[in-house]
Ligand binder design. Structure first.
Ligand SMILES: *[C@@H]1O[C@H](CO)[C@@H](O)[C@H](O)[C@H]1NC(C)=O
Ligand SMILES: *[C@@H]1O[C@H](CO)[C@@H](O)[C@H](O)[C@H]1NC(C)=O
Ligand SMILES: *[C@@H]1O[C@H](CO)[C@@H](O)[C@H](O)[C@H]1NC(C)=O
Ligand SMILES: *[C@@H]1O[C@H](CO)[C@@H](O)[C@H](O)[C@H]1NC(C)=O
Ligand SMILES: *[C@@H]1O[C@H](CO)[C@@H](O)[C@H](O)[C@H]1NC(C)=O
Ligand SMILES: *[C@@H]1O[C@H](CO)[C@@H](O)[C@H](O)[C@H]1NC(C)=O
Ligand SMILES: *[C@@H]1O[C@H](CO)[C@@H](O)[C@H](O)[C@H]1NC(C)=O
Length: 671
């Protein structure tokens, strides 16, 4: 695609044109929409027998699969043709004539679902089951004002289900999507505690939906039939499901675990629950102790295993190193000579060296060694602990992997440079400890904040609303932090920009973690980081080895993070199971621009309530992100330029930035 190699201008044109088109109101009649948009889209590349009747030379009443009605409620019959002004020619332009149902099951349709279906103001039923429609379920389907029955079962639809589908809740009677390839987590309704009171039939079986049981469904109190069978859902089945008056239920062939809720005396048989994780038990699956498949001894082993994996006493760990050290002390005493002349050095009581930086002056070796810690995460660079000091303070300790900082003479200057960096968007390094056995700890401020990754991709209830103003603030924070690193002398490369290394506080200030560590790693670990960056979609194309990392490759990774922020989608390899694939965010945007569906690529939360994406700086941000992701490093902007452009194109309504308490469950803003 040409837009990829060239700098931004080619991208701008289609975007602007598209935005103009999409923002103007339509006065097209349903007949015109059918002919100009819906027929070509459903038909795909092959001529279709039934669709060929949708032709202005055929009387409207003979068009296959359609039911019409006039706005006064009377329906269109072929008898109407007897009077001349009722002929098709006039009907085409008659805005009073509206489509009420579109029914073409088993019609050999091979195209895609057109987004214009959402514009058919009076369309109540959409039955396109058993065809070969591919592509996604368009967001605009949820904007329809009358749809109440949808059956798209047994097609080839893929992608995720847009959350806008639940906009139909106040009139939706049935939603059947059985037997497609829809994936991702089931989206939550935008209004919390939706009851979808008229919804009776929900069939999402035989797709590739993943994530935990969609709790919100247990609030759909009119539901009679629920089929989630044959997906990749996991976790526990909530007890609240028994509050529904279900007549049919199918939760089989997923990966549910735990104890089945009590549905009452033999209401549903084994076939409703079979084929799940072997640990699923209770009810028709048999009592839990017998059929869990794990002996109690094995479970105890598992629990102990988990405990040692997640809760570790750092003091014990380091105590072990110390004990070992004392035996060998005599042989290794010359190891730290090169550090002794440094005035930043903290106390040195024979247990290793503690180098203190600004803001870490209160730390002592004992404090650090006696802190009790808990594993927060394991990364390629090593293990991160949250550690409690005896004075009640909390720090984050990063125990670097073995072999890091091998070349001490070049390592300490790097760490000292990192220790001098102070910026609002960078997490400060407060101290560095090096034990005699070679164990190395970096000591940072502990921030109790979520990562950007969790904010964007974890289940949404209770999380802050991430509207455009907030996302813009986060993006600008990251950009400023990076620009500060790149402006150091010598410049510091972050080397591992991704949504998981960005922490975001309650006021949407972003702070970067893990910066500059690539320079102290042995090459093997550094290359491992590159391969993880590759599978997660953050690796610039020109990078093969970590040694080649530079500020331009940081810019690329930043571009991916910015796309992740705008699209709300996770880049890189998708999780295992049936749906292995690679989400290439820049390609998704390029395809959307070419297909003139640019507004659809944005996360719904971003565009909600937005009147002019141009004036809000949203389009500029998308353009900027694509510029950062240019395949050729030399045409990417610098981080300084990125900061400047983000500052110039700010969202206008920034009031949300000053009310950090507003969470997603509290946002009652329908489309
Ligand atoms: C409509 O039908 C006529 C005659 O059957 C055919 O010549 C024409 O190509 C058709 N038009 C379209 C748009 O399919
Ligand atoms: C409804 O409107 C159509 C066209 O405007 C007209 O032909 C029909 O007679 C009307 N029916 C009733 C019951 O008013
Ligand atoms: C379905 O379409 C294919 C070509 O796309 C055609 O060969 C086949 O006859 C059609 N089947 C039916 C039942 O119309
Ligand atoms: C959906 O399937 C089409 C091919 O039919 C493929 O090109 C596209 O990448 C798929 N989309 C997703 C989100 O998997
Ligand atoms: C949704 O339901 C929960 C639990 O019933 C309740 O605590 C919460 O306040 C409700 N939220 C709204 C917006 O009604
Ligand atoms: C439940 O769903 C599974 C998977 O889709 C299917 O194989 C099975 O036949 C269904 N069982 C019932 C009773 O509908
Ligand atoms: C099912 O879940 C368990 C953990 O609950 C996981 O280890 C396993 O890989 C999952 N199986 C599949 C097929 O996803």
């Amino acid at each position: 695609m040409a837009a990829a190699a060239a700098p931004p201008p080619p991208l701008l044109l289609p975007l602007c044109i598209f935005l103009l088109l999409s923002l103007q109101t339509h006065s097209t009649t349903d007949v015109e929409l059918l002919i100009s948009k819906i027929k070509p889209s459903l038909q795909g590349t092959a001529e279709n027998l039934l669709l060929s009747t949708w032709n202005s030379s055929v009387p409207l009443c003979q068009w296959r699969g359609l039911k019409w009605s006039f706005i006064n409620g009377s329906s269109l019959t072929c008898a109407d043709l007897s009077s001349p002004q009722r002929s098709s020619i006039f009907l085409h332009k008659d805005p009073l004539l509206q489509l009420v149902s579109l029914q073409l099951p088993s019609a050999n349709l091979t195209g895609t679902l057109p987004k214009e279906i959402g514009q058919l103001a009076n369309l109540r039923s959409l039955y396109l089951a058993v065809n070969s429609l591919s592509g996604g379920v368009p967001l605009e389907l949820g904007y329809s004002s009358s749809l109440s029955e949808i059956d798209l079962s047994h097609n080839l639809l893929n992608g995720s289900l847009p959350p806008s589908i639940w906009n139909l809740c106040d009139r939706l009677l049935s939603l059947r999507l059985h037997g497609n390839s829809l994936s991702g987590a089931l989206p939550e309704p935008l209004l919390p505690n939706s009851t979808c009171h008229s919804l009776q039939f929900l069939d999402l079986g035989q797709n590739a939906f993943a994530g935990i049981f969609p709790d919100f469904i247990t609030g759909f109190n009119g539901l009679k039939q629920l089929d989630l069978g044959g997906n990749m859902l996991s976790g526990q089945i909530p007890d609240s499901i028994t509050g529904l008056k279900l007549e049919k239920l199918n939760l089989s062939h997923n990966n549910f675990t735990g104890v089945l809720p009590d549905f009452g005396e033999s209401k549903f048989g084994v076939d409703a629950f079979e084929g799940n994780n072997p640990t699923l038990c209770g009810g028709p699956l048999g009592s839990c102790s017998r059929s869990s498949g794990l002996s109690s001894g094995a479970i105890a082993g598992l629990v102990i295993g988990l405990m040692t994996g997640t809760v570790v006493l750092v003091s014990l760990l380091i105590g072990y190193f110390q004990g070992k050290r004392k035996k060998n002390a005599d042989e290794e005493d010359d190891e730290f000579d090169e550090m002794d002349d440094d005035e930043e050095m903290g106390n040195n009581n024979g247990d290793g060296k503690l180098v203190l930086f600004q803001g870490g002056e209160h730390l002592s070796t004992e404090d650090v060694l006696n802190a009790t810690g808990q594993v927060m995460e394991k990364t390629s660079y090593g293990t991160v602990y949250k550690a409690k000091l005896s004075d009640g303070g909390t720090i984050a300790l990063r125990l670097l992997r073995e072999g890091s900082c091998k070349d001490k003479s070049s390592c300490l200057p790097v760490i000292k440079q990192l220790g001098r960096i102070r910026h609002e968007n960078l997490i400060p390094l407060r101290a560095y400890y090096q034990g005699k056995r070679g164990e190395k700890l970096l000591i940072y401020d502990y921030l109790p904040n979520k990562t950007l990754h969790d904010l964007l991709h974890e289940s949404r209830v209770g999380k802050p609303v991430l509207n455009w103003a907030r996302r813009h603030k986060i993006a600008l924070g990251i950009a400023r932090g990076l620009a500060h690193l790149h402006n150091q002398e010598p410049p510091i490369t972050h080397g591992n920009i991704r949504s998981k290394t960005v922490l975001v506080d309650d006021f949407f200030v972003a702070r970067l973690n893990e910066f500059g560590l690539d320079r102290i790693m042995v090459p093997a670990i550094a290359d491992e980081i590159i391969s993880v960056a590759k599978s997660d979609g953050y690796k610039a194309p020109e990078i093969q080895k970590m040694k080649k990392c530079n500020s331009r490759s940081d810019v690329y990774a930043f571009g991916i993070v910015l796309l992740e922020i705008l699209l709300g989608r996770r880049p890189g390899k998708t999780n295992g199971g049936r749906n292995v694939g690679f989400v290439d965010l820049p390609s998704i945007v390029k395809v959307a621009v070419l297909e003139e569906t640019t507004m659809e690529v944005f996360d719904v939360e971003v565009v909600r309530g937005m009147r002019s994406p141009m004036e809000e700086g949203l389009v500029q941000a998308l353009k900027l992100a694509m510029g950062c992701c240019a395949p050729v490093g030399s045409v990417r902007p610098t981080m300084e330029e990125v900061v400047r452009q983000l500052e110039e194109n700010r969202p206008r309504n920034r009031s949300a930035l000053y009310s950090p308490a507003e969470t997603r469950s509290g946002s009652v803003t329908p489309f």
